[in-house]
Every structure is written in C-alpha cells, then in structure tokens.
Design a protein. Structure first.
Length: 298
C-alpha cells in the first residue's frame, strides 16, 4: 500500500532510546554527538529531527554500546503512549485487527522510516515493514530491529498480554547473534529476508482490546486524520536542504550543488524556498549554528 512517509520526526522519538542508553551508563552528550541537538532542545515542543540526524544519533548508540543487536532493547522502550494521540488511538481501538489497520494507515505519525503493511493467509498474520528511504546499512539494520521489537511490544500492550509470535524475519545476517534474537522474540528468527516481518496467529485479530473506548477511539481517529492531513500539506523541501547540509558538516555544498542533488535548477530552488519564506543561506546559518553549539558543548 502507498503511504505518506514523513521527512522528519518529532524529537520525542529520541527520548525512549536515550533513556535506555542512560540506564546503561552512557552520557546524553555522547549519544547526541554530531546531531546538532542538545539536551535543552529535546524538551522543545514541536522540535523535529531529520533522517540524517537520526542516522548520526543511532550510529552513536551503535558505537557507544558496541552491540549490533542493541536495536532490540531500544525498540522495547517504544510503548504506545510514546506516540501521543496516535498511540492512544491504537489503545482505544475495538480489536487488534482494528488497531493494526489504523497503525498501517497512520504510520507516518509514528517514529518509523518504513512502510507498514499486513496480510492474512492460512490462519496467520504477516505484518511487514518495507524500505522507503535509502539508509546506511549499519543504521538500517538497527532500525529494522528497533521497529520489529517496538511493534511486538506495542501489540502486547494493546492486547494486555504478550503476543506469541510464530516467526520473525529480518534483512541482515544476524551478526552471529541468532540466539539473542530468538531469546528476545521467543520464536524462530530468519535472517537475510526482506521486508522484515512478524508472523502470528490470525485468531488474535478479533480479540477485544482491554482499553477499548468507542467514543474516545473515534475522536482520536479523527485527530490522527487531521494530523496526517497537516503532514501531507507540509513542503519537504526545507527538510531536504537541511538533511543534505547535515550530511556534510564542515564542507557544506553550495546552493547549485544542493539544487542539483534535489533535481532542481538553482533558480527553481530559490523560488520554492522563497515560497516557504526562507533562503538557502538562512538554512545554512541555522545548521552552522546548531552544529557550532553542539561542538562547544562537547
């Protein structure tokens, strides 16, 4: 299915993994190194982060922990309440099937960079997460681990009990840690398979959810629809420029190079940025300031 994929996420999506890392003894500053973010910005309502910032953030966590399977622990921290209105809409749904349909439709309101879908065949549900963006291999693997773990935890929270899995598939080679993955998901895990997926009995789809509230569910669904409509109206151009600049700190591309990478003429880029009430230089100054502040903190 075709879904809207946001070009940014709320900075709140960094809080669950940060809590995990801090509980394991790692400093906030080390986790945020090179992202252009500091602790104060994590508390700012409306603050967003780009894909490039998240890539740097999760690469920091990989390097600090030295654990290629850390995505499992990070994903387990994403309970539904962490997603705000979207999460409460899932919890208040009538059945697990209703919640899954809502999750697939409103996935852009989550913290995932993947496309979500599911199908039912031979008595089993196959919930898949497919790639939509180019992400460096190391972080790509971590994010698939994170999202599979998060989805499994979330489904259990919605049901009010652990959801038994029949099978899990992941796109990487398992890092020679197959037993770690099997122990975490408590089922067989296959590696080197895309898209990543969770498989479980279709009998759970009709199971009523303990927090179902028909009135709240409809109100929250409407709020999710409004948020999705707002997201679809946002022009991602400014975020694209910011991502390209953040990808090359210290050797920022010039405006013609940025335009070429986006697939626009320099004139078209200027005109479209002007329509968003900004200019290339203003975005560049913002990125420089954010990085300089982070370097000073470090």
């Amino acid at each position: 299915m075709s879904q809207l994929i946001s070009t940014t996420h709320s900075v709140a999506g960094l809080l669950p993994p940060l809590k995990v890392m801090q509980s394991e003894g790692f400093a906030l500053e080390a986790c945020l190194r090179g992202t252009g973010l500091d602790g104060r910005q994590l508390e700012e309502a409306g603050r967003t982060v780009t894909l490039q910032q998240e890539i740097r953030f999760y690469r920091n966590l990989l390097e600090l922990s030295g654990d290629p399977a850390i995505g499992l622990r990070l994903g387990a921290a994403f309970v539904p309440q962490r997603y705000g209105i979207f999460g409460y809409a899932l919890l208040s749904a009538a059945t697990l099937g209703h919640a899954m349909a809502m999750a697939a439709h409103f996935v852009a309101l989550s913290f995932s960079w993947f496309e979500m879908g599911y199908s039912v065949s031979h008595g089993s549900v196959l919930l898949t997460m497919g790639d939509r963006l180019a992400i460096d291999a190391d972080v790509h693997n971590l994010l698939h681990d994170r999202d599979c773990a998060a989805v499994w935890v979330d489904l259990g929270e919605m049901l009010g009990q652990r959801l038994p899995l029949e099978r899990v598939a992941l796109p990487h080679d398992g890092h020679r840690l197959g037993a770690v993955y099997r122990d975490f998901f408590q089922c067989p895990v296959d590696f080197g398979i895309t898209p990543s997926c969770l498989q479980f009995s279709a009998g759970f789809l009709d199971q009523p959810l303990p927090h179902h509230d028909a009135i709240a569910s409809e109100q929250l669904r409407q709020q999710c629809q409004l948020l999705l409509a707002k997201l679809s109206r946002q022009n991602p151009l400014v975020d694209q420029v910011r991502q390209l600049l953040l990808a090359s700190p210290g050797r920022f591309p010039e405006e013609p190079q940025i335009a070429e990478r986006i697939g626009l003429s320099e004139r078209s880029l200027r005109r479209r940025l002007a329509a968003e009430n900004t200019r290339y230089k203003e975005i560049l100054d913002e990125v420089r300031f954010s990085l300089a502040r982070q370097y000073l903190i470090e």
